[in-house]
Design a protein around this ligand. Structure first.
Ligand code: PLP
Length: 390
């Protein structure tokens, strides 16, 4: 029998919107042509890709020709970082933040280890926000790139992207923004944001997994990561993931049409959740500052228990939430984001992330709080340390 899940991990991935699936199906069936082919079956697939490109460009207020499809957010991030780095012979300094996604941090590590780059990692405050003045102080004549995400995936903090962009413009430094958790969730207008490149992923906005894009301002010239048949204007070779791209386009269009409705709905659900949480469960607190975050992401600490045990007990009850660390036994595996906002190892181990989606219902919020309460009380009853502290 199919088990009913109560899903609260929309920052990890989202289900396909039913109309995304419906729009994709013909491209997995009858319309299977290769977009590079010259007969009409191929041309039809090519046209579908161009419609998707337009819908994605519209979502961020960009021009179609500046959108390059990739296999997702990670590839888009790698493409720009490696693409800029391999072009640069003398400028070998990159500035990033301490709370970036591993797709950025590990690529920076790679450029440091294998290409002699110097990486400056800007710390964040307790709300998980970088200080723009701090970025400015670390800029040197060797700085080629600044890369800061717009919305953090673990705590939801929103960065001062416009200020960072203006700073980079002033110093003529490329500014890349990992916007995977921002685009489609909060208003995003490239006419108002001085960003040179950005990454988007379809599966975080109710589109399919394995597809995303890199936006590149026209003046930017980089070396591609993948060479071959010169698809995507030579920026990303390989036969296109036609159905995936079509699904991405529909997801982008829906995200744009429903942005304000969804945002307001999620604020309401988040407030409902927090009210219930605080009234039902003692000794819990939010990691980060609720006023500086997107409403869909709530990172919570429950004193006296392990986030890992809580998530696994919730899983038994059919509730999906994420933990702040993959493996809580060693300090090095603990969430780098919670560390960066000043949380102790103990606090990080007792944290979980709840992320709300556009399809979340009030009933699911009720169900989540009921299950959280039951699990937290049970785990605390086994915890001698918690018993002593209260
Ligand atoms: C999910 C995510 C990515 C990676 O995107 P994929 O499409 O899964 O490769 C990158 N950055 C952030 C902030 C993310 O949340």
């Amino acid at each position: 029998m199919h088990k009913q899940h109560i899903y609260f991990d929309y920052n990890a991935t989202t289900p396909l919107d039913p109309s995304v699936l419906e729009g994709m199906l013909p491209y997995l069936q009858d319309n299977f042509g290769n977009p590079s082919s010259t007969y009409s079956l191929g041309f039809h697939a090519k046209q579908a890709i161009e419609i998707a490109r337009k819908d994605i460009a519209n979502l961020i207020h960009a021009e179609n020709g500046n959108i390059f499809f990739t296999s997702g957010g990670s590839e888009a991030n790698s493409t720009i970082l490696k693409g800029i780095a391999t072009k640069s012979s003398d400028k070998k300094h990159i500035i990033t933040s301490s709370i970036e996604h591993p797709a950025i941090l590990k690529t920076c590590d790679y450029l440091k280890k294998h290409h002699g780059f110097q990486i400056t990692t800007i710390p964040v405050n307790s709300a998980g926000i970088v200080d723009v003045n701090h970025i400015e102080r670390t800029i040197t004549e060797k700085t080629i790139l600044v890369t800061v995400m717009m919305v953090n995936n673990e705590i939801g903090s929103i960065q001062p992207i416009k200020k960072i962009g203006n700073l980079c413009k002033k110093h003529k430094i490329h500014f890349h923004c990992d916007a995977v958790q921002a685009v489609g969730k909060i208003p995003f207008n490239l006419n108002e944001l001085p960003i040179d490149s950005l990454s988007i992923s379809a599966h975080k906005i109710y589109g399919p997994k394995g597809v995303g894009c890199l936006y590149l301002r026209e003046s930017v010239n980089i070396l591609p990561l993948i060479l071959g048949g010169s698809q995507e204007f030579g920026m990303r070779s390989g036969t296109e993931n036609v159905a995936g791209i079509v699904g991405f386009g529909i997801a982008a269009k829906l995200a744009q049409e429903n942005l304000h409705y969804n945002y307001t709905k999620i604020v309401r659900l988040r407030n409902l959740f927090l009210n219930k949480l605080y009234s039902e469960i003692d000794d819990c607190s939010i990691n980060g500052e609720i006023n500086d975050t997107v409403p869909s992401t709530i990172n919570i600490q429950f004193s006296g228990i392990r986030g890992e045990s809580l998530a696994s007990m919730l899983n038994e009850l059919g509730v999906c939430v994420s933990i702040a660390s993959a493996c809580s036994s060693t300090s090095s595996k603990l969430s780098h984001v919670l560390k960066a906002i000043g949380k102790t190892d103990e606090e990080i181990r007792s944290s979980i992330r709840v992320s709300i989606g556009t399809v979340t219902t009030e009933e699911e919020i009720d169900e989540l709080v009921r299950n959280l309460k039951q699990s937290v009380m049970k785990l605390r009853s086994f915890s001698p340390k918690y018993q002593l502290s209260v």
